[in-house]
Design a protein around this ligand. Sequence first.
Ligand SMILES: [Zn+2]
Length: 219
Amino acid sequence: MKILLMGPQGSGKGTIGEMLSNHLHLPLIAVGDVLRSIPQDHPWYEEFHTVMNKGELAPQGKVAQLLKERTSQPDCKNGFIQDGWGRKMIDLEYFDPGYDLVLFLKISPETTVYRLSNRRTCRNCNKVYNIITAPPKVENVCDVCGGELYQRKDDTEEAIRRRLAIFNSDTQEVLDHFRKQGKLIEIDGEPMPDEVFESVKKAVENISDQIEVNSRLEE
Ligand SMILES: [Zn+2]
């Protein structure tokens, strides 16, 4: 089963993605991880790292190529959970593995602002915390490396709202596309992660039943 996870910043995509990955025993393919893990001797290493350090978007055609390679690895043969792709239709023209299910984690703009303004990042290893929902064990200290936590400058309310508006206009067409195909399920992302995950599990179970029925009809 190939699942695409979508949602605005602060929707808990990363957390839910990890939970779902453990639950279904399918790898979580996050675009950011794929980009960060390309080896130093890769011909695109320099280019990607320059772009990422500037906080810019990497060229989609090349990202798509890396995703194709990653998802053709043996661990993806039963499917995978994709995070961070398909924000625009052009992404899907470059790479569309035929998702069975698209989960959109829906939260209000106020929740995005609230969650992101509570976000803290480790200066040393870049691990992200939320001082309300996922605080470090010791205030302002990274659990992993002991580094100091700080609030990113682009996590101010104004900047968050601006990014959210861009995200909403970018994703509209993609969501409509998957809605027409009957693949889109919108999940209420407002509750705590455990509760959100229950809704996600139900959506996934319904789709697996459907896939099974369809494959039996085809036989
Ligand atoms: Zn750290």
